[in-house]
Design a protein around this ligand. Sequence first.
Ligand code: ADP
Length: 286
Amino acid sequence: MAERECSNSSCSKESCEGCASAKQKQSFAAEMNVYSDVKHVIGIVSGKGGVGKSMVTASLANELSAAGYRVGIMDADITGPSIPRMYGLTGPAQADDNGILPVLTDNEIKVMSINLLMPDPESPVIWRGPILANMVKQFWTDVIWGELDYLLVDMPPGTGDVPLTVFQSLPIDGIVIVTSPQELVQMIVKKAYNMAKMMNIPVLGVVENFSYLKCPDCGKEIPVFGKSKVDAAAKELGLAVGGKLPIDPSLTELSDAGAFANARNPYLEAAVCALRVLDVKHETQE
Ligand code: ADP
């Protein structure tokens, strides 16, 4: 765990412990539950809500799980939690003296979300920033994740106070940025990239959601929200494109039916590959 507290790959563990960025991180870093052993923590970020961050998080989780990895999803989007609904999960999550137990999806993904702890998942969460950030910290310290290869964190949207504190609280190994063609893609990607850079966290890929609609009759790709801009945005910053996700009504249907465990998503292959490479590097380092 100590080695993972500073993700600046350019410094050795010894020299890192004294560096400014490591100190800054340590002052905010939350302790992992003693019954958890998580190899990789990945943040899924977006500029605003509604661009499909949860859809991408769950899709990546499904693909990794199908590939045989042990996967968890931390729903850190406290004010707009949607992961439990997508998988048809209801609370309350069980707890024992050692911590809170995540709830398991049909495809064996461990999930923790505020909606699995609240008596009524329909009631709004009206907490202020510091309490929201503390809740996420507790998802790390108090939840018994057990052994996981990947913990995917569905981050609060934006680059404000709450996502920033979450970034500083968790030992995030890399982020995936989700955008849509409706957004000012260049600016959103740059902001997320800069936030990650400030914290020495690598960007593993940029995913464009709602990229196009495939005509069910002729197969033609229709750019409903305008021409894709993700290639240019990624190129400018030297980032990899993690995938271009079409508008796919079957994904919405599975999500709305609470049956997302059955969803497969071939469009995110590049992002999945970037995550898997992380694990290969980890294995070779050990
Ligand atoms: P966010 O987490 O960024 O707020 P969500 O992942 O909850 O956004 O997605 C917002 C809505 O759009 C949801 O109803 C979801 O089912 C739908 N959606 C997201 N991506 C797609 C897609 N590629 N095709 C069809 N519907 C999608």
